[in-house]
Design a protein around this ligand. Sequence first.
Ligand code: PLP
Length: 381
Amino acid sequence: MIYLDHAATTKTAPEVVEAMLPYFTEYYGNAGSIYRLGSESKKAVIQARETVAATLGAERNEIFFTGSGSESDNWAVKGVYEAYRNKGKHIITSKIEHHAVLHTCEYLEKQGAEITYLDVDGDGIIDIEQLKRAVRPDTILISVMYANNEIGTIQPVREIGEIAAEQGILFHTDAVQVYGHLPVNVRDCHIDLLSASGHKFNGPKGVGFLYISNKAGIRSFIHGGQQERGRRAGTENVPGIVGLAAAAKRATGLMEERTVKETELRDYLIRQTEAKIPGAVLNGHRTKRLSNNVNFSFEGVEGESMLIMLDMAGICASSGSACTSGAVDPSHVLLALGADHERARGSLRLTLGEENTKEEMDTVVEELARIVDRVRGLAGR
Ligand SMILES: *Cc1c(COP(=O)(O)O)cnc(C)c1O
């Protein structure tokens, strides 16, 4: 099997599993209890919070553990709206956000929020001038993702943060594809809220965090006990939290080496695909993109059929479009780039990880060439 879907999820690293295990069977105490068994759990959570904060240039009390990247996005956007709607009801986001942000914004529109969805250029980058023009006296939040999960394009986050800071507007960024892959500093980039998810950087599934700057007083998300400083109730997922922190530490240590390796493989895969498959169009920016992201559309070929044939060849990949009730929905990201429906339905995403090899890239290009030929042949009959 060749696994090329690391943007969907990653393997939990063995040393991360190792770090988690004692917190299932040995130190299983509730972190809220006062006996020693509970304080072992509490200590582990405090340590994890410290580890994560250090990777971001944040304070320990600014890290809130959640159940997923989606939850973090929901909390950030809904939390700001609830806390600041008396000040203003306007939120600025982009057309290429993850559905965890987009669908939350659509939900808030029904509650009375006004949302501006920024355009992106042909490479998927927002226009800073359009952002400046979109700011209104009643704007309370700018939510723009750090890097896109489909096409890997990296946004000018520092510039966005500077505009938000100048205007006194809170800035949230969905960094789920970036955290653990690129260095992130919340102070340098004027980020007030940042979402991340454990399973996107070789940590466990079902645990994420939201960084909430001390100056962004936002509301509780889950009401109940006093966990997460009273803002997100529920007995702590101690093994998950320990695993997320172990994965964060590991990813930080491996980051430089991994980025170099992935970038080399990425550019090799792009070059080979363009050389060997006619009508292959690269989606997203050629260099301002995540080191592990490759996304192509192939003229006259639908993404879904390619995925099925790739699967038969033992290759796991993904397409931006989603198949809902028999019809293929074009990717909202590719449509925002200005792609026509055919191109937006024909995208193929290949996302690399630290274990992929050059030989695998050769196999993938060979299989792809064969599959694209075959699909085009079938369509032409
Ligand atoms: C995966 C992903 C999410 C959702 O994270 P989950 O932990 O799977 O809920 C949100 N945003 C982006 C950009 C993602 O890639």
